[in-house]
Write a protein that binds this ligand. Structure first.
Ligand SMILES: [Zn+2]
Ligand SMILES: [Zn+2]
Ligand SMILES: [Zn+2]
Length: 336
């Protein structure tokens, strides 16, 4: 069963101590959240004070519905707080994570073999030593989106240039040859996308074996803060990234200086993230690409605020389904 995810405790004074539904109401201001509930399980991130988040975990664990699904170690913690989540969103969905495939067709029950952080670490170590000699039969697959792997990833991974997880199945379909007879070591942020992604990959029956990192990068970093994962861990909230080591593996889009702090593109209708360093920002380079930069100038010079299309260079030059040519590229830098 797919477990629940992340409960980042953060600074803040503890308030309220009631349990159950009342606790939910009382703690709402302190524990804001984003949660997906599906028949496969529950997945989400909440933020609040240490007291609020541990109370949340306690309530979740005591809820009869989740009795055989959740255990303490399914929750991952990181620095943060309620301020990371501007609103409260809880929803019932078909899928625990939006892959776009009916769970009745590809079930989490058909998932890859779970590896603990220690087991995964050993596998990566072995893979890296073989890969440098060009004799590996293994693919280390990062199944997250391109902007996530760009600022942090496992050394030597294959990181698909996909914008959304819902493109992952098409990516697999288009690159089946690549996975043929391979052992695949798969990972994602908290292990949830792998629950579905590995099941999808296995359903193609081309890989020799599919393994996945249980608890994802989150759990790995708890055990190996200075291991084979380098750079930051992207998170889908106002923090954008959390870090366990000081490495910066990505660069400013404009000047190329090492930089890994994302900002939203300054163009009004664009939702792309951009890596632009403070000095480039000061020069007004605040958009994700020249197309957006130009739009911004036009908007600024036009008072009407007319609606502009959301497409920009960044989305156009990144095809829906990237095709890997030949042997998988080894990703060691986060450069675009
Ligand atoms: Zn720069
Ligand atoms: Zn943009
Ligand atoms: Zn752009």
């Amino acid at each position: 069963m797919v477990p629940g995810e992340a409960a980042p405790p953060g600074p803040g004074s503890p308030r309220g101590s009631a349990e159950g539904a009342a606790a939910g109401r009382k703690q709402r201001a302190a524990a804001r959240r984003k949660v997906r509930v599906a028949s496969e399980g529950i997945n989400g991130t909440v933020g609040g004070s240490k007291v609020a988040t541990s109370l949340y975990i306690k309530v979740m664990l005591s809820q009869p519905l989740f009795k055989n699904i959740l255990c303490q170690e399914d929750f991952k913690t990181s620095a943060g707080g309620a301020h990371c989540f501007p609103d409260l969103r809880v929803g019932v969905f078909k899928e625990i994570v939006p892959m776009g495939i009916d769970p009745k067709i590809v079930s989490y029950k058909e998932t890859g073999i779970h590896l603990s952080p220690q087991e995964f670490h050993r596998e990566v170590e072995q893979y890296l030593s073989q890969a440098t000699q060009g004799q590996s039969d293994t693919i280390l697959l990062d199944c997250r989106n391109f902007y996530e792997s760009k600022i942090g990833h496992f050394q030597g991974c294959l990181a698909p240039d996909i914008r959304k997880f819902s493109y992952f199945p098409s990516y697999v379909d288009e690159n089946l040859e690549l996975f043929k007879d391979k052992r695949v070591l798969m990972y994602c942020t908290g292990g949830i996308r792998c629950e579905r992604g590995s099941a999808y990959l296995r359903s193609k029956a081309v890989c020799r074996e599919v393994y996945q990192l249980k608890g994802g990068i989150h759990k790995y970093l708890e055990e190996f803060p200075d291991g084979f994962y380098r750079g930051k861990l992207f998170v889908f909230d106002d923090r954008y990234a959390i870090c366990s080591n000081e490495d910066i593996i990505s660069a400013c889009r404009y000047c190329g200086v090492l930089w890994d702090q994302y900002k939203l593109c300054s163009s009004q209708h664009c939702r792309q993230l951009v890596l632009t360093c403070p000095s480039c920002c000061n020069k007004g380079l605040t958009a994700c690409c020249p197309v957006c930069q130009e739009k911004e100038l036009k908007v600024a010079s036009r008072a009407s605020g007319q609606t502009l299309k959301e497409e920009c260079e960044c989305t156009r030059r990144r095809p829906r389904v990237p095709i890997e040519h030949g042997s998988p590229r080894m990703l060691d830098t986060g450069k675009d």
